[in-house]
Design a protein around this ligand. Structure first.
Ligand code: S3P
Length: 439
């Protein structure tokens, strides 16, 4: 689908919105509830994109799932881990790396040699899976796949794994979560150490489902546990909200409020970076972060921004927000340096290249590094696009940064593949439209 984006010129963004539900948390909710004994009610479940792909795959494993799309509710009924059944079909996770990798871990650690094949769309089939296969195989898993377990399709035969001490090489919540889920039925305790802390939604959810799990910074300790069903509310997605927050801080006279957004501190590095750049942000937390997903409201208004350095330990925390931070940097005063972000090369697209190509087509002085970008901001000028046609590379986050760039351009632009926004933010274009007001 082609989408034309008109420059905002004499309008701005005002009002209140709820972002879409968090896909990272929603997918964990379906996967974890499928092995938790009893009835789990999941509120605010997003019936679209990645969560729907994961839901469809989990449905093939046997739990009774009732969908109530009008109330955004999902009811999952399971008799526990032993009730998971083999599927006669391939489990197709489409574009969802989270769904693929978490299920790979969970299924590899199921007892009794149950057999599964996992696959995805053309983008997922290019993404690295060996990082997950390696620690699982080290603990005794039986996995085969293309390129010696590097790429989907992946086939596996589940068995109780050994557990023990695993040190991962990459700070990745998908990898960490796969290892944790694989050890729920392990013979021994798991102690997992990451090079840097990544998002901790799996740990929080497992604790709430009764697992014997401890987690702090980059260390997780899990004693194999049976899970009990419970109800869950999926918070709004901070990564989706980030596009709106960035737009409001870049567009003159904007002032918006984002409600019911997840504020888990392993995901809010984006807000810290924006504040460092000079953004005017007010955060109201509605609770404490003690083994719970913190939520709250964010108010943001336009302000002049300056370039910063983004590197080191904060990178796993802002991994999905680097595309939008790069666009913000392009509008800021001075230079922004992004480093240690090589992982962006193996996301839904090679995001370092995609961002570089987008920013240079917008007339920005940008340098692509092996693990990052150096961006010279244009100090709040409108972008001067060198072309009208932008291809979003089948990547939801590239669609959304291109759309925001279009609002801030001298000329209208067209995005090819705009429908990919649906992967994480189905009503993205409508949400921007609803926030527009004339000055
Ligand atoms: C995710 C973890 C991150 C992130 C992805 C979702 C998750 O990936 O980029 O969008 O749900 O755990 P990595 O774990 O590969 O860094």
């Amino acid at each position: 689908m082609k989408k034309e984006i008109l420059p905002l010129k004499n309008s701005t963004l005002r009002g209140e919105v709820c972002p879409p539900a968090d896909k990272s948390i929603a997918q964990r909710a379906v996967i974890i509830s499928s092995i938790a004994e009893g009835i789990t009610k999941i509120n605010n479940f997003p019936f679209s994109g990645d969560p729907l792909s994961t839901l469809n795959a989990v449905q093939q494993l046997g739990p009774k799932i009732t969908k109530q799309e009008s109330t955004k509710t999902l009811i999952v009924e399971s008799q526990g881990v032993n009730s998971i059944q083999e599927s006669s079909e391939i489990l197709n996770l489409d574009n969802s790396g989270t769904g693929f990798r978490l299920l790979m871990g969970l299924l590899a650690g199921l007892p009794n040699n149950k057999f599964f094949v996992l696959n995805g769309d053309s983008s997922l089939k290019k993404r690295p899976m060996k990082r997950v296969a390696e620690p699982l195989i080290e603990m005794g898993a039986q996995i085969i796949g293309r390129g010696n377990c590097s790429l989907a399709p992946i086939a596996l035969s589940g068995r109780s794994l050994k557990g023990g001490f695993i040190r991962t090489k990459i700070p990745s919540a998908q990898l960490k979560s796969a290892v944790i889920l694989s050890c729920l039925n392990a013979e021994n305790e798991l102690i997992l150490e990451e090079p840097q802390a990544s998002r901790n939604h799996t740990e929080i959810m497992l604790k709430n489902f009764g697992a014997n799990i401890k987690y702090k910074d980059n260390i997780v300790e899990l004693i194999p546990s049976k899970l009990k069903a419970r109800n869950i509310n999926i918070p709004g997605d901070i990564s989706g909200a980030a596009f709106l927050i960035a737009a409001a801080s870049l567009i003159k006279d904007s002032s918006i409020k984002i409600k019911n957004v997840g504020l888990n501190s392993s995901r809010t590095g984006f807000l810290q970076c924006l504040e460092k750049m000079g953004a005017k942000i007010k955060i109201n937390y509605s609770g404490e972060e003690d083994d719970e997903e913190l939520i709250g409201n964010i108010e943001i208004e336009y302000s002049k921004l300056k370039g910063i350095e983004i590197k080191g330990d904060i990178i796993p925390n802002v991994i999905d927000e680097i595309p939008i931070l790069a666009l913000v940097a392009a509008q800021a005063e001075g230079k922004t340096v992004i480093k240690d972000a090589k992982e962006l090369r193996v996301k839904e697209s090679d995001r370092l290249k995609a961002i570089h190509d987008l920013l240079s087509a917008l007339g920005i002085d940008v340098q692509e590094l092996e693990d990052g970008l150096i961006i010279k901001g244009n100090n709040g000028q409108l972008f001067k696009p060198k072309t009208r046609n932008f291809n979003a590379k089948h990547d939801h986050r590239i669609v959304m940064i291109t759309a925001i760039a279009g609002l801030l351009s001298e000329e209208s632009i067209e995005i090819e593949g705009a429908e990919w926004a649906d992967v994480s933010f189905p009503c993205f274009f409508e949400t921007i439209e609803a926030l527009k007001v004339n000055l």
